[in-house]
Design a binder for this molecule. Sequence first.
Ligand code: HPA
Length: 248
Amino acid sequence: MFAIIGGSGMTQLSCLEISRRQIIRTPYGEPSGPLTFGKMKNEDIVFLARHGHGHTIPPHAVNYRANLWALHALKPSHVISVASVGGIRADLTPGQLVVPDQIIDYTHGRKFTYFDKTDQRVTHIDFTLPYCQKTRALLLQAASNANETIFDGGVYAATEGPRLETAAEINRLERDGADMVGMTGMPEAALARELGLNYATIAVVANYAAGRGTNVNAIPLTEIYAVLEQAMVGVRNILEHVVSCHGD
Ligand code: HPA
């Protein structure tokens, strides 16, 4: 079964034939909302809206540990996260889709690990390649089958939010090697790795990052949702191809 975490612009999965919703409690508290079970292209799917059903939970307040724990309990074959980003690299223009291959974490103050108990052996995870290579490959193949343009690879900078960045911060992120910036990529990816989940992300460029492209003086926030709505058509197409080719 595939698990899908929807971000801004994807609080529901319109192509999902819903069979039931389930509220789950975890040792880390409650996930962002009930898990939605259903079928997409005749394959079993579980969907979770990262920011809650009504998009009410800001990125820094998402209970990432509960979200990943709840999905992990279902033993999904893959976890695909959908996350909106600002484009830093010049070719990452609004509407573009990317499967990032690297992350830089600038978040702080979030609950970012399951391995923080003092009565546990100290545990480290390997995070050299933060996304599951096989899941990334599935997404790229599905996008190709679906005739959707998607970039293979890019460095995702995870910022704390909820405010957007200054132009100088974006310059710094670029100097660090970041291609795109979002607020939810971490600790989600690290927690997925701690649980051994096959996790990868489809990043959806919602806007030029601060100071980039046409956003020299400001980011027009009202335009972001229209861009995301349009881009989600392509994302849904890719998701349908992923599950129909690789459902198990
Ligand atoms: N910055 C951070 N997160 C984002 C952005 C951005 O410009 N756009 C969408 N999510």
